[in-house]
Design a protein around this ligand. Sequence first.
Ligand SMILES: Cc1ncc(C[n+]2csc(CCOP(=O)(O)OP(=O)(O)O)c2C)c(N)n1
Ligand SMILES: [Mg+2]
Length: 579
Amino acid sequence: MKLLQKRGIDNAFGIIGSAMMPISDLFPAAGVKFWDCAHEYTAGMMADGYTRSTGKMSMMIAQNGPGIANFVTPVKTAYWNHTPLLLVTPQAANKTIQQGGFQEVEQMAMFKDCVCYQEEVRDPTRMLEVLNRVIEKAQRGSAPAQMNIPRDMWTKVVEIELPAGVELEHSSGGAHSVTAAADLLANAKFPVILNGVGAILSKGGVDASRKLAEKLSAPVCCNYQHNDAFPGNHALFAGPLGYNGSKAAMELISKADVVLALGTRLNPFSSLPGYGIDYWPKGAKLIQVDINGDRIGLTKPVEVGIQGDAALVADGILAQLPSTAGDADRAGREALIKTTKSNWATELAGMDHEQDDVGTTWNERARKAQPNNMSPRQVWKAIQRVLPSDAIVSTDIGNICAIGNAYPTFEESRKYLAPGMFGPCGYGFPAIIGAKIGKPSVPVVGFAGDGAFGISMNELTACGRDEWPAVTMVVFRNHQWGAEKRNTTLWYKDNFVGTELNTGVKYADVATACGLKGVRVNSSAELEAALTDAVEGQMKRNETTLIEVMVNQELGEPFRRDAMTCPVEVAGIDKADMQ
Ligand SMILES: Cc1ncc(C[n+]2csc(CCOP(=O)(O)OP(=O)(O)O)c2C)c(N)n1
Ligand SMILES: [Mg+2]
């Protein structure tokens, strides 16, 4: 507890259990707030939302066995969100381990692939040494790290020193490679910067990228789902790449002869074609900066790789640029950025409906079936009109949330909590609760589809208690697991298996039954009024509101055009063959 205090870890998320009681007993006295959630799955997502929005490490803790098993999905989610979390997993006691006693499971194996470091406490006298190492590894790796502790170790009386801990200075990159990068950028005709989460995680990273971009008049794209990695109101901001992102960003980066990928591992999903444009500039020279050397050159051929901190490396490159850098056709580039952005803004503003692929008619039928319901894009435009500019936003995995990728922009970082590359449904609601816990004075709005919300909605029963801060949650009610239904319409001839939700459920009423405010809205005007009122209620009256938005069943681009094909009938399947 003293070490947690020393490291400022003062928020823990989970569900109470006997295996953690020797520790949770001390939480109030130590000043650690324990957020007792409705499910460990969502507790972990809350910890992720808390830490992503504040930059402060938080802790996940639960009962050994089933409680800890429920943490697997959020821990892997946090791993790909690059969130440093302390995962404490009390383990079945040494006395009975391997005898199949109570609540025993291989907790180290379970998280092996989900954390950047894991260690089991082997002896009570080593508890602080291990805890200290785990915290440092989580920080250095910017990912969850696990301390597994046989539960009987908590109660041994031992004498130990508090470890001092070491804070490592981040590297500003190898001198030769920084110079090589500066040379490439100085001589580029069309340099483009691509900011990843590393720009957010490194202190001053976004600002350093801004200075570099301004010097070069280079457009700045954000990597997929890191829309807050550059200020949205900046003239050089091009928008997010990837699935349903900014067409302007895609068009601009396709023209690049040099790309500076700043703080990104360039994961394969993030630069897939969008809007039919295969925009990745294969002929461009790529400079990749990542604090983790293992990820440099992993997915794309790299001209210059720099292992280092995004801010320090960007500053180092800027310092080496000649005064004339960026002068070649500066005005032409700036004009092109401006017109490309404004064309995309006009196009996006005019997009109200989803297209059908040739030979399919789902969207046409969906519009006809519910002519009075809003379409997903009409919903997003209404949201955009009233969403506070300083709001923290979370989204979920789902078709309507994904359509939203092109809409909100952010002036500051740590404002956009998307579920990330593990892609778990059920992220939006708990993440926004965690964000509000971390940033109580900032308005927060969470978004989720009705299916994904169903996975997380048990937290409605937890979040209305007195000390929990109020949030605003928007649920897109299209009565379907839409993203999967989209795959079915495109590749499986509308053979809908498992895609239909219970139309009888009223999520707004469930919220009301949990002592919260629930509102159903049917039009853009109603949505704008409800969202405005909900945010006011959140900020002024400590009111949590769930807004259930009635949407038609139109479906946008599928997630995995790259991975889907029509089935080929081989032997034929017949019910009559069932034994
Ligand atoms: C935990 C988990 N289960 C299943 C999936 C597969 N999946 C991806 S999107 C999706 C449908 C989401 O439906 P909904 O939340 O209603 O949003 P919509 O697509 O209708 O907008 C499903 C089931 C997943 N990503 N995560
Ligand atoms: Mg849905």
